[in-house]
Design a protein around this ligand. Structure first.
Ligand code: NAD
Length: 377
């Protein structure tokens, strides 16, 4: 069977769903690979390298003949409708927001696997694309902050005087937040962090950050290691307790998210007024509503404060900004999931396997992911 990979059609998306290295892995498993010419160029992978790895290059993928389509962004309706019944797709499916696409998979008899649905269990770590892409995003947020921050991150003791280290606050200490902590520490900043999940305190400390405890009655841990949305009164209390920490910070990285829900609002316009001029906030959640009031995805917003302004960076397509390594990890995640389903060169998903069943969005004309099926009904 053949794995087909197109150039990602969405503007601004630089990643690619297969690399020369993952191509070699497919071939080793008895599969073949067809790559649309220049599919990897924006990520830094040349056509010649795919060819050298054993892929067939074509000017355009003939969707009607696809066995397996590996992709990065959710597929559009026209693409899904062009696939033959029985085709398999593997990539990000955004099941919470792409209900029409999910329904189209079922309507056209396509078997779709969504990387967001891979269970966060040890056995599936090598397929966990949310983790690999969050790692990139968390690292990148700190670099974006550093480029806009008019001061050093580390302590400098020079003949001309001592420069104190920057105080970095990370809000939301999941995969991206922990990487942000580690990156800011490496740059020499003084890092503190907060998360609503109780388990995150030890993880923050293990990265070298100081954990901020807020007196919020109880933590908000939900199933699968995720956080629960806070009730309105607790969210108000959280912002009230966070305000002095926000005012104290020079750089803030916000990464708080609740799967399938808008991003929680952690910093309001009035909290921004307590910040020092020159401070920088990078909001990784800008695309899903924003942790910070006034954040605009893909833009820098300047908010006037006493003595100058605070910059709010609305992150957009964060993993795509480091497309080479983001693709390297993502393509490997996809190849590992496909590898789990490959038996002697044939894709044969075993739906008794919890990773395969968990990642399946649609199969044999049905939406298999129950919350999405309920949302469509
Ligand atoms: P995420 O992107 O869904 O959310 C980011 C962080 O925001 C989370 O830590 C969450 O607790 C936090 N958050 C949500 N609401 C908040 C609020 N109001 N205030 C402050 N923080 C808030 O999370 P993620 O990075 O995908 O990680 C989710 C969980 O999955 C974590 O527990 C992580 O350790 C776990 N995980 C497990 C595995 C594995 O076992 N294979 C792999 C990766 C992640």
């Amino acid at each position: 069977m053949d794995i087909a990979v197109r150039r990602e059609p969405i503007e601004g998306e630089r990643r690619v769903a297969a690399t020369p290295a993952s191509t070699a892995q497919y071939l080793k498993n008895g599969l073949t690979v067809t790559i649309e010419r220049s599919a990897g160029l924006a990520a830094g992978y040349a056509d010649a390298d795919y060819e050298a790895a054993g892929a067939t290059l074509v000017d355009a993928i003939d969707l009607s003949g696809v066995d397996v389509l590996a992709h990065v962004r959710p597929l559009d309706g026209a693409t899904i409708a062009s696939l033959p019944s029985g085709a398999v797709t593997v990539g990000f499916g955004s099941p919470a927001s792409e209900l029409e696409g999910v329904a189209a998979f079922a309507a056209h008899g396509v078997t779709a696997f969504s990387l967001e649905l891979i269970p966060r269990i040890s056995r599936a770590q090598s397929m966990d694309a949310l983790t690999s892409q969050s790692l990139i995003a968390g690292y990148r947020c700190v670099l974006e902050a550093g480029m806009r921050f008019p001061r050093f991150f580390p302590l400098y003791m020079t003949a001309a005087g001592t420069i104190p280290p920057a105080r970095v606050l990370v809000l939301g200490a999941g995969v991206a937040g922990l990487q942000a902590i580690a990156t800011a520490k490496r740059l020499g900043a003084k890092v503190s962090a907060y998360d609503v999940r109780s388990a995150s305190a030890d993880e923050v400390r293990s990265m070298g950050g100081t954990f901020i405890h807020l007196d919020l009655d109880a933590a908000a841990d939900a199933a699968g290691g995720y956080a629960k949305e806070l009730a309105a009164d607790r969210a108000d209390r959280q912002r009230e307790l966070l305000a002095p920490h926000v005012a104290d910070a020079d750089v803030i990285i916000t990464t708080a998210a609740i799967p399938g829900r808008p991003a929680p609002r952690l910093i309001t316009a009035s909290m921004l007024q307590g910040m020092k001029s020159g401070s920088v906030i990078v909001d990784l959640a800008a695309e899903t509503g924003g942790n910070v009031e006034g954040a605009v995805a893909g833009e820098d917003a300047r908010v006037e404060v006493s003595g100058g302004f605070v910059t709010i960076v609305g992150m957009k397509d964060a993993p795509s900004t480091m497309a080479f390594d983001a693709s390297r990890l993502l393509a490997q995640n996809i190849a590992n999931l496909i590898g789990l389903m490959t038996v002697e060169g044939v894709i044969a998903p075993d739906f008794d396997d919890e990773v395969i069943a968990g990642a399946c969005l649609a199969h044999a004309g049905e939406v298999r992911h129950e919350p999405t099926a309920a949302a469509i009904a």
